[in-house]
Ligand binder design. Structure first.
Ligand code: MN
Length: 217
């Protein structure tokens, strides 16, 4: 599929395969009393863009997400960090989820399912995704209590819950093992990113929405 992309630039594929010519991107702005978030997202990019949320560990995780999901992703957030990272992490998850939902539009031509297992030193995480149209996060694994800067370990689950609800993904994410919370959370973000990359890739054999029901939005 990548070879096909290289041989035929997007703008030249309009007649042969209309959904390959679709630009899959979205911009989201969301402002509340707690946070102000701006997201620009494009599917099948290169991981370009800058992630600046004020929560350093979240920026690090979003860099991994962009790179491994092949998203061009810009995230600018200003949150009420005096209360901790919770509102910022959750609201960034909401906005990236909304951007994915919009960029994927009616889900035409996508693979739909994706899975990945990723080790990170002693830690290991596995993710399975269905771009189902129904938001559900099943998060398994027990992280040690604590925080990395403003990022409390439990915020990893909050992020993925917000992301899957708003992108309308069925997302199963298991932190299977590990002792270092940084490694465990990093493995989770990488596994989710790799699964998302597979599930949202365009399938050349798929014309239309990949559902016998006819709708995934
Ligand atoms: Mn790291």
């Amino acid at each position: 599929m990548h070879g096909r992309w290289k041989r035929a630039p997007t703008r030249d594929t309009t007649i042969r395969d209309n959904h390959f010519a679709m630009s899959r991107n979205a911009t989201i702005d969301r402002k509340t009393a707690e946070t102000d978030v701006h997201v620009e997202l494009a599917m099948q990019g290169t991981g370009s863009g800058a992630r600046e949320t004020g929560v350093g560990f979240l920026d690090h995780m979003l860099d991994l997400l962009a790179h491994h999901a092949r998203l061009d992703l810009t995230v600018k957030a200003r949150g009420d960090l005096k209360t901790g990272g919770h509102h910022t992490v959750e609201d960034v998850g909401i906005c990236i989820g909304q951007a994915l939902d919009r960029a994927l539009a009616d889900r035409s031509g996508i693979v739909r399912y994706g899975e990945a297992t990723v080790p990170m030193d002693e830690a290991r995480a596995a993710c399975a995704i269905d771009v189902s149209g129904r938001g559900l996060c099943v998060f398994e694994g027990s992280l040690p209590a604590g925080a990395i800067g403003d990022f409390e370990h439990e915020l990893a689950e909050e992020f993925f819950r917000a992301l899957s609800a708003n992108a309308k993904l069925t997302l199963h994410l298991s932190i299977e093992r590990g002792t270092n919370a940084h490694h465990m959370i990093e493995a989770a973000f990488k596994a989710a990113a790799r699964a998302l990359r597979v599930a949202t890739a365009l399938d050349p054999s798929q014309n239309g929405v990949p559902s016998t029901k006819g709708s995934l939005a």
